[in-house]
Write a protein that binds this ligand. Structure first.
Ligand SMILES: Cc1cc2nc3c(=O)[nH]c(=O)nc-3n(C[C@H](O)[C@H](O)[C@H](O)COP(=O)(O)OP(=O)(O)OC[C@H]3O[C@@H](n4cnc5c(N)ncnc54)[C@H](O)[C@@H]3O)c2cc1C
Length: 378
């Protein structure tokens, strides 16, 4: 059968981590096609992350999905990846004397804070030797963090999906779509592709795709985050150095493949695009990092920016549209789309197939209505 005549069960728009993970879980049960605008899957947010697994990070549903993803990260299916997906990396939250209220708020909001180790001002440099003398007044050490091998995770999802029959078409930009007699017709430069249902995993472009489909407005805002790589003194023990995050998330620093990644943790709203590091963000980053750490940054080895896309409550939007038939949202992963992807992809596949949220994910306390777009209209 010619591809143009074929009617897939699902077309997934976007081959980032969201599209790849849901494709993996749907492929054994449905005929699916993943369409990706770029020549390379993972070119946008997925390929630009800080690659961290931080269970205490993000709003409630995100934390539940992160916890529900833990098992997969530790025990991926046979043959999923040649390397382990996680490498332990402690997280150190730091703050100055003026930020003590932020620690109180954090402890009130995040239940797992009670399992973190409080570090006094005197002890901070034992954990993070780069901190300036007298900078930090207190810290909280979270031993449950890890570095994620994002490339292995993303490739693993895509490989399993294709082994189970999924088609992946790169260089396919969906430009418009129409729903006719129970079938979605998606137009791209090379022709038309058809499916009974669409999964919108288009990252920063998800609102644009929703508009094409006549779906509800979800107020998705892509926000630019910038990251820089600087060289590290060879005498530093980078293996055991914690990722160090300002308690108000004004900056972070983490070891990255023998170098150091720094970020001003910016969230600058912008239209969906191929985001680039902005000179002002770079200057702010260097200033904040040099205030907190004993670093004199003369040279930037590399720099990039990516878009983290949020709806107003910062929780993801996962479920069928209330307005456009057969149109499924998988959007708003914000700054947590990698660490939540195993559970998010599995849950999205179940919901797209008309099933309930898998038991183990429900047991984390996740309810379906907290994920639907309808919550945004309240
Ligand atoms: C600097 C930075 C640090 C981060 N750190 C972390 C972290 O430590 N841990 C974590 O879990 N998360 C982190 N994130 C967030 C994470 O990267 C995202 O949540 C995640 O990658 C989103 O994945 P996605 O598949 O939804 O989007 P994307 O990876 O952007 O994929 C969407 C895809 O859809 C395609 N697309 C869009 N429109 C169309 C169209 N019309 N037709 C066809 N294809 C289309 C795009 O080309 C794109 O490839 C970070 C992000 C940034 C920028």
């Amino acid at each position: 059968m010619q591809s143009e005549d074929k009617i897939f069960d699902f077309i997934i728009i976007g081959a980032g981590i969201a599209g790849a993970s849901v494709a993996d879980y749907l492929a054994p049960e449905a005929e699916i096609c993943v369409v990706e605008a770029e020549s390379q899957a993972g070119y946008h947010a997925t390929g630009r992350s800080a690659a961290m697994y931080v269970p205490a990070y993000g709003p409630p549903a995100i934390r539940k999905l992160t916890r529900a993803s833990g098992d997969f990260f530790h025990n991926p299916p046979e043959g999923f990846s040649d390397t382990s997906l996680l490498s332990p990396r402690d997280i150190l939250l730091v703050g100055t004397k003026e930020q003590s209220g932020s620690f109180d708020d954090f402890k009130k909001t995040i239940k797992s804070a009670s399992n973190m180790v409080p570090i006094s001002a005197n002890g901070l440099q034992d954990y993070q030797p780069l901190l300036r003398d007298g900078y930090g007044a207190q810290g909280l050490l979270d031993p449950t963090g890890s570095d994620i091998d994002v490339d292995a995770l993303h490739r693993g999802f895509l490989r399993q999906a294709t082994q189970n029959g999924a088609e992946v078409k790169t260089n396919h930009i969906i430009t418009s779509m129409m729903y006719q007699n129970g079938v979605w017709h998606l137009n791209h430069k090379q022709g038309v592709i058809k499916a009974k249902a669409i999964i919108n995993a288009a990252g920063a472009w998800a609102e644009e795709i929703g508009r094409m489909a006549g779906a509800e407005h979800i107020s998705l805002t892509p926000k630019r985050r910038t990251a820089l790589i600087i060289s590290a003194d060879p005498s530093l023990d980078l293996l055991n150095m914690p990722m160090t995050i300002d308690i108000d998330e004004a900056f972070y620093l983490k070891p990255e493949a023998g170098q150091i990644l720094i970020s001003p943790a910016n969230e600058d709203p912008m239209a969906p695009c191929d985001a680039q590091a902005d000179e002002m963000d770079i200057a702010i980053c260097i200033d904040r990092i040099e205030r907190a750490f004993n670093l004199n940054i003369r040279r930037i080895e590399s720099k990039w920016a990516g878009l983290r896309s949020f709806v107003p409550d910062k929780e993801p939007v996962v479920g069928y549209s209330e307005m456009a038939e057969g149109f499924f949202w998988l959007a708003g992963q914000g700054g947590y789309g990698i660490q939540t992807s195993p559970a998010m992809g599995r849950m999205a596949a179940a919901l797209a197939l008309g099933r309930e949220i898998p038991d183990d994910i429900q047991q984390q306390g996740l309810a379906e209505d907290s994920l639907l777009s309808a919550r945004l209209q309240r």
